[in-house]
Design a protein around this ligand. Sequence first.
Ligand SMILES: Nc1nc2c(ncn2[C@@H]2O[C@H](COP(=O)(O)OP(=O)(O)OP(=O)(O)O)[C@@H](O)[C@H]2O)c(=O)[nH]1
Ligand SMILES: [Mg+2]
Length: 390
Amino acid sequence: MPTNLPPEARAKWIKVMEAKTTEEKIKALEDFISSVPKHKGTENLLYWATRRLSQLKEDAELAKKKKTGGGIKFYIEKEGDAQIVMLGPPLSGKTSLLSKLTNAKVEILGYHYSTKIPQPGMLKYMDVYFQLIDTPSIPYKMDESVPWLNRTIGLARNADAIILVLDGSKNVKEQILGYLELLEKAGIMTKKPKGSIEIKKASKGGLNIILNGKIVDGRVEDIKSILKDYKIIHAVVKINGEISLEDIETSIIGSKVYRPTIITVNKSDLIDNIEEVEKEISYISKEVEGVIFTSTITNKNLEKIGELIFKSLRLIRIYTKQPNGDVAKKPLVLKNGATVRDVASSIHSSLEEFFKYAKIWGKSAKYPGERVGLDHELQDGDIVEIYSKV
Ligand SMILES: Nc1nc2c(ncn2[C@@H]2O[C@H](COP(=O)(O)OP(=O)(O)OP(=O)(O)O)[C@@H](O)[C@H]2O)c(=O)[nH]1
Ligand SMILES: [Mg+2]
């Protein structure tokens, strides 16, 4: 069902985008919600917006408490190459995993909801640093809740990827179905969508739609008209793969995001027949990037988690090298498909302009030390040496 919104709702959304303070945002979002027609096609959007509203209200409450010295810090600043949030039910072993996989000093207390605030730790995988965040447990049954549910989901939305840490000693299928529904309702897609949309607003230049794929139910003109309805007059919009007009709208509103998600069925030492569980969940496993059975007691498969995160995020490591110098120990961590241009621009903003050529070694090189230009696509582990005109 398409959720193309009526003009009044689009106009109300503009007010949400323009709102500066939390109070203004709350008011504008309430107005927006009441202007959205209620039917099956808008169900998820409304669910998301309502959640967003409660989150804003909680933020306002916390800000008040902070002024009087109360409130706790929930948001965690990103560090390392990517941030990955662990979500799961009580006692599934999230804190134990954080302790086993990272340098974080945490206590395993062994009772329900013992983790009260998110805590970070750094997991190093092949020179790449993943910031893992342990969170307070959340229920997977839709009719159960905890006061920190919205803020915890908010953390996951803000992260680069999600690990669902499940309790292998309980019904695994039920947990997966529950969390997938929860994430979907919160507008988090766990599997790579067919297409992607990137909207970069600008101050001049009009609308520039770069279509690298297909709009399944419309034309470029339709996209422009939706953008204009949202008062987006100047922007570069990059479209890759297959997308619909509804995707354009959810992308403007920000009600849907894609977060690669992996599942660790922890406490697998307590499972009698792992194959049976695997069989039972095989059809839903396709909804996520991967499933592994782990145990923090026997250390089963713990070494595989870093690799799965790396694969799910579709990252590559590029080692830079100064002409006649040593290869950098810490690689640049880029997205799959990155080119020499991306390397140049992440080293220095003017390097692209003064670029002469690059020499490369590794999988993408036809021969060691091949000379290439800015558009050359790199592969994981490549070494790049850039020569500039100055
Ligand atoms: N058998 C078994 N027990 C585990 C495993 N991982 C953790 N535990 C135990 O399960 C209990 C809960 O572990 P935590 O790491 O605190 O779980 P949590 O998900 O952080 O739980 P809360 O934050 O309190 O909701 C502890 O007693 C752990 O020792 C595992 O792989 N196998
Ligand atoms: Mg915990």
